[in-house]
Design a protein around this ligand. Sequence first.
Ligand code: FPP
Ligand code: MG
Length: 324
Amino acid sequence: MIPFWEEEAALEGQLQQVTDLILELIQDANDYISSYLRSMVESQGKMLRPALVMIGSRLGNDQDESRAVRQAALLEMIHLASLVHDDIIDDADMRRGIPSLQKQLGVRRAVVAGDYLLVRAISLLTDKGRTLEPAVMSHAIGRLCTSEIDQDSEEWDFFISPTHYLRRIAGKTATLFALSAFSGAFISDAEPLVQRRMHEFGYCLGMAFQIRDDILDLKGTKASMGKPVGKDITSGVATLPLIYALERDETGSLQRLLQGKRKFSKRKVGLIINRILDSGALASAESLSEKYLNRALALLGELPDQETAKILSRMIERLVSRVS
Ligand code: FPP
Ligand code: MG
């Protein structure tokens, strides 16, 4: 059961097929990683990327469920591999409310577990028929990696511009959302204009989603998020609310809190979060996220199949009301 999709029974069934296919693809993993990988795959999350593929695949005339399931599994596995590696980079203990793979397996084994997921994902690129060009996939994975490398190389630099931040999240999150929404429309041979609209829809959704995720890192709770709050600050990652708050920091008090040692005490993180909340930066970040969502909703009005558009707009409603 995927609680996020319980209102969309047909889609939920398809997403279950995606999970089953991923489990099948990783069944030959070495014993020392297989049960851990399985539990990560089974924890499912919201499965937004595969859902975008499956929904997009209803928009063309050449509908083939099993082809769409394979495409959806490919994108979800790339996402999962990136999360495994991201948790190593961030030294994160928790993911989706359970201990991260790096916590359970140690860094060395988690690295190869992530590599293994990526390699098994790439095996799906050899599908015949109407599938994405490997070059398109490799470009997307490349952007994912380079954005993560940029973020890592700029660690502890909180003084970046909003544009710089937006370029970074475009690469690390919106790229895969855009490709997911586009690929569903593409493999079902939807009109080129519909494919382009789905690409932009996925992009806007991904941007809004990452901004919201960064907001929730400051105002969520450990229980609701399945990971500690304020993690971006303690990992030295600049996110939009902090960037906006620094722009308004006329007295320099926030800037002073961020300077010095690279290890913040719990008390200091609390002070930094309070400064951000007091500055009104959260509302400004929320408003930019809303702009992306409104653009996404406007694109839905231009889709030929309004039944499909409604599933996507209900998805946005549920995402907006989410607390994790
Ligand atoms: C989560 O973001 C991380 C990403 C969206 C991308 C991570 C990409 C890599 C590690 C590059 C390697 C890629 C592959 C395919 C192996 P976040 O840290 O903002 O979110 P979080 O709070 O959920 O961790
Ligand atoms: Mg992370």
